[in-house]
Design a protein around this ligand. Structure first.
Ligand code: SAH
Length: 397
């Protein structure tokens, strides 16, 4: 790709401090939006410059997005081609191979891996790619070439259906860019077998971020009765059953998700121990309480209750309610795991909701473990707020 004479994008007076500090974004209000800059096509490569004209880096630029510039390289002279992207892929892959050990992981976690707005989840020879910035979307053919060179996958799914694409002026669509998908595929996690639907499932088809939390909870669940609420395809519940839980009840409102969990139970030889309830989660919790049921371990890993700033006040109450309804179902001395993947809810705010929910249900206990996403979801040091996953494990009295 020829990169001769890239356009320049200038930061406004006094707005270059964060870029100099290593922050990978410049917001649209920090950029001098003259007519020429405003007219640059969304996703253009550009040199990000200080007000003095000094080059600060090479960025992708979208004049229509709040996150207007995303730095791709501190080297403003870098050539963004398949070799450039391939080096980042190779670095990310070496890290994952060391951390995870099996080829089932998040290969690229956006800015933290030097590819702004890009998510790649690896399922052996199949890759699911999400491009959430106009700049990287435009580089799709180059990224596909780099993925081919580094991994030679049999299948690549472009799962470009995230709502955040609309903020970048991008279409939402799912395309199989390489190979064919004949239904859900198998993956291995924590030594157990699962199935994921790479084109029709939720997000990329699997939530690798909970890998370590699933293993930890499976350890606590040995010999016990487990309730896995918002179970999706059984990542927590089926592993717990395989690792020696006595019984597991998976609750989710999605039939395809429960079908995948059922398949996983079969693949791991624990059919007899795992049951399924297709229900609204809060209704299921209320019914179980009314029936006087209790469990040794209750897991609640809901979808994001807070999706934008306006929703914070109301949305966080969902976590409080979840804990209020789940805590009564925990046997004395049993364990409660609660998670939030809302990036707008920070750990103290989440812990506050958990405390209130416990008080509402008149249960006491102690926080045993505070955790986040698995290590294949690294965080850019300039974007600590992108560490979206928070989880608390408590023992209740
Ligand atoms: N715990 C899962 C991931 C959960 S993702 C894992 O380890 O992989 C959130 C899940 O909640 C999805 O499967 C979705 O179908 C389900 N869900 C969303 N809203 C729900 C509701 N109101 N009641 C029940 N399930 C719900």
């Amino acid at each position: 790709m020829s990169q001769k004479k890239l356009p320049s994008v200038l930061l406004r007076a006094g707005e270059d401090r964060r870029a100099r500090d290593g922050h990978p974004w410049a917001f649209s209000n920090e950029i001098l939006m003259d007519a020429e800059t405003k007219a640059l096509p969304a996703g253009s490569l550009a040199i990000l410059r200080a007000p003095s004209g000094e080059a600060l880096g090479l960025a992708t630029f979208n004049p229509h997005s709040l996150i207007a510039a995303r730095v791709l390289s501190a080297d403003a002279e870098a050539t963004v081609d398949a070799l450039f992207l391939g080096r980042r892929l190779a670095r990310a892959m070496a890290l994952r191979d060391r951390l995870v050990g099996v080829p089932y992981y998040r290969l690229i976690h956006a800015e933290a891996d030097g590819l702004p707005g890009v998510i790649v989840d690896r399922f052996g020879d199949a890759l699911v790619v999400q491009l959430n910035s106009a700049g990287m979307d435009k580089l799709t053919p180059v990224l596909l070439e780099a993925l081919e060179a580094e991994l030679a996958p049999t299948t690549i799914v472009l799962k470009n259906d995230s709502p955040v694409r609309e903020l970048e002026g991008l279409k939402r669509e799912v395309i199989v860019a390489k190979g064919e998908l004949a239904g859900p595929i198998e993956l291995v996690e924590n030594g157990a077998r699962f199935v994921a639907d790479l084109s029709g499932g939720q997000k990329t088809g699997w939530f690798y971020d909970q890998r370590d939390n699933r293993r930890f909870m499976a350890g606590l669940a040995k010999g016990g009765d487990v309730l896995d609420v918002f179970s999706y395809s059984g990542g927590f519940g089926v592993l717990a059953a395989k690792e020696g839980a006595k019984s597991v009840l998976c609750v989710d409102r999605s039939q395809p998700a429960l079908d995948a969990a059922q398949q996983a139970a079969t693949l791991n030889g624990v059919d007899g121990k795992v049951t399924f309830d297709k229900s609204e989660a809060f209704e299921a919790l209320e019914k179980l309480a009314a029936a006087g049921r209790q469990f040794d371990v209750v897991i609640c890993d809901p979808p994001a209750f807070v999706k934008n700033r306006k929703e914070i006040k109301v949305g966080v109450q969902g976590y409080r309610k979840m804990v209020r309804l789940a805590a009564p179902l925990v046997k004395p001395s049993g364990f409660l795991f609660v998670a939030s993947c809302s990036h707008l809810v920070d750990p103290p705010l989440f812990a506050e909701q958990v405390r209130r929910g416990l008080r509402d249900s008149s249960r006491s206990g102690r926080i045993l473990r505070s955790s986040g996403a698995a290590l294949d979801h690294p965080v850019h040091p300039g974007l600590p707020e992108t560490a979206y996953l928070k989880a608390l494990t408590l023992q209740l009295d």
